[in-house]
Design a protein around this ligand. Structure first.
Ligand code: ADP
Ligand code: MG
Length: 355
């Protein structure tokens, strides 16, 4: 289900690779700068792999995983005891530092994207059944009626959330409102882990949180990380192209990840219509220094559609580059990535200029 595949060509050249080999060497002699440590685990409903290189690598990976699991406990709408679930049950409340930051970012994006990004989307997610996808089958899945969608849309309006960043408080203006940070959670998680690893003295690390990739520094050999953008097909390992990066997040939103069984309906919903987005885009990949921004924008630009997304990029209020994959297999690549993006065979690439 990963949206992106990692191509770590060259990693195999490290003299020590893999957790076991690396920890054995740490017991016997100083750990070399290119010793690699990694961990693969399930969190936030997806498979994650985090890798860090060098003497602090082993501890950094353990702390990184702990941090992600902590954020999952805080932000999971699926767990009744999470902070988000309690906020939703109580129509608001006081926020922990993480949730306070996320609420601020989410509401800033709501303003900037003119409502394309709206964390108050959760009642619609539930109406469509995305809160219980594992129970849905082709037989029991029901598409909501227009009437139900219209009713539920009354609750979707991030503009009715009152947020006090200083006090760290959020309160819901409409009874029944509920928020879901799912559109930025993984990007925030990878940002947090990268920061933590950097503070520990790690200079090279790579995180893949269910296809959302973020890198710290370059590979230990000084070359760039190569991140593959997956072709949007459930279970496919086909790659549409590869982007070479350092110190960046590469985050994709697509129409193929979480779907209502037996339908084409996926989990990114247009807050204006209440329907899963359908606008000719297959996926949007955002490349930015800031993981939270990259994640929020990948969801937002997918909702906006290409034309609106490109004018947003041209306005330049936010610092990012993007790759749009359309239904006709064309990759539209913003000019900042012209040198670092390579399309796979069979895909046409068009560079988008600022002016
Ligand atoms: P993924 O989480 O699969 O990597 P996204 O970052 O695009 O993909 O996030 C999709 C999630 O964002 C949905 O599962 C839902 O929780 C939330 N979401 C869906 N539509 C919107 C929207 N218009 N604005 C904000 N969040 C949304
Ligand atoms: Mg996102």
């Amino acid at each position: 289900m990963a949206l992106l595949l990692l191509i770590q060509s060259g990693c195999g050249a490290s003299p020590v690779s893999g957790e076991k080999a690396a920890s054995e060497s740490s017991a016997a002699r100083p750990v070399s700068d290119d010793a690699r440590f990694d961990d693969t685990f399930l969190s936030m409903d997806t498979v994650m792999t985090i890798s860090a290189f060098g003497p602090q690598g082993e501890e950094a990976v353990a702390k990184g995983r702990e941090r992600i699991e902590g954020l999952n406990e805080l932000l999971s709408t699926g767990s009744e005891t999470s902070e988000v679930s309690k906020l939703n049950a109580n129509g608001g409340g006081s926020l922990s530092a993480d949730t306070n930051f996320l609420a601020g970012e989410a509401l800033r994006l709501y303003e900037e994207t003119e409502g394309a990004f709206d964390i108050s989307i959760y009642p619609l997610m539930k109406l469509w059944g995305f809160d219980r996808l594992d129970e849905l089958t082709e037989e029991n899945a029901v598409i909501p009626t227009d009437e139900e969608i219209r009713e539920t849309l009354r609750l979707v309006d991030a503009g009715s959330l009152s947020f006090d960043r200083e006090k760290g408080e959020l309160s819901y203006g409409i009874p029944g409102m509920a928020v879901d940070f799912g559109g930025i959670t993984k990007g925030y998680a990878s940002d947090s882990v990268i920061r933590l690893m950097r503070d520990m003295g790690v200079s090279s690390a790579l995180l893949n949180l269910g296809g959302n990739v973020q890198a710290l520094g370059k590979k230990p050999d000084g070359s760039l990380w190569k991140v593959g953008i997956q072709y949007p097909e459930p279970g496919s390992s086909k790659i549409a192209g590869v982007v070479s990066i350092s110190d960046c997040a590469v985050i994709t939103s697509g129409d193929y990840e979480r779907m209502i069984p037996g339908t084409e309906y996926h989990h990114i919903i247009d807050p204006k219509t209440g329907w899963p987005v359908e606008n000719g885009l297959r996926s949007v990949t955002v490349v930015a220094k800031d993981g939270t921004l990259a994640d929020g924008l990948s969801t937002s630009l997918f909702v906006m559609g290409m034309e609106e997304a490109l004018s947003f990029w041209r306005e330049g209020t936010e610092d990012f580059e993007a790759v749009f994959l359309t239904e006709d297999q064309t990759l539209y690549v913003t000019e900042g990535l012209a040198e670092s993006f390579t399309p796979s065979e069979g895909f046409e690439m068009k560079i988008i200029r600022k002016s």
